[in-house]
Write a protein that binds this ligand. Structure first.
Ligand SMILES: Cc1cc2nc3c(=O)[nH]c(=O)nc-3n(C[C@H](O)[C@H](O)[C@H](O)COP(=O)(O)O)c2cc1C
Length: 169
């Protein structure tokens, strides 16, 4: 098997989204964590997945609730990404959030997200030290003119430059 440092270097080379996955546990407490392991799976039905460490508090809340929300962070919200990359009990302090209208999913960080997807859990698949959580998207929205935050080489950035590239076509 490959050396851990080389594995990490390979994974760091490929950009991924910077998102906050949220859920509300059986005790009614909001949980959330920063993830880069989120991607689209299927169009029909609309499925996405996220890979969560087995020790994640948010994973426990997702298992209890049977639903979760992926908040794709907006440009300039690096501080929110770092807040949710901790085990702190006060991650939601000072954050404005709403519950999805559909009645499923975790808190929607309306001021900090470029887009969100509220999901009902479709499958949870064990994979090494993580769990692959597949969700059916039941509600969501994307803001116009709002760039989502991405992460690569342990740095945050946005796809803002895409505008000038597109303009050349
Ligand atoms: C940019 C970034 C990406 C991350 N991606 C993931 C991820 O995809 N899956 C994961 O389980 N943890 C990921 N983490 C680590 C979690 O955010 C961190 O372990 C968090 O404290 C877990 O919180 P919880 O136990 O309250 O759910 C990432 C952290 C950062 C800063």
């Amino acid at each position: 098997m490959i050396n851990t440092d080389i594995f990490k270097a390979i994974m760091a080379a490929a950009p991924g989204p910077a998102a906050v996955v949220t859920a509300t546990g059986a005790d009614g407490r909001t949980q959330g964590l920063t993830v880069s392991a989120v991607c689209s799976v299927s169009l029909d039905p609309p499925l996405i997945l996220t890979c969560l460490d087995r020790g994640s508090n948010t994973l426990k809340a997702i298992e209890q609730a049977g639903s979760f929300t992926v908040n794709y962070l907006a440009e300039g919200r690096e501080d929110v990404a770092m807040d949710f990359a901790t085990k702190s009990d006060s991650k939601f302090d000072g954050k404005v959030f709403i519950t999805p209208a559909v009645g499923l999913g975790g808190p929607v960080l309306i001021q900090d997200s470029a887009a969100y997807a509220a999901c009902e859990v479709a499958q949870i698949v064990p994979a090494g030290d993580h769990m692959i959580v597949v969700g059916t998207v039941v509600e969501g929205a994307a803001k116009d003119d709002c760039h989502a935050l991405a992460y690569a080489q342990r740095r945050f950035f946005t796809g803002k430059h895409l505008e000038s590239n597109l303009a050349l076509n």
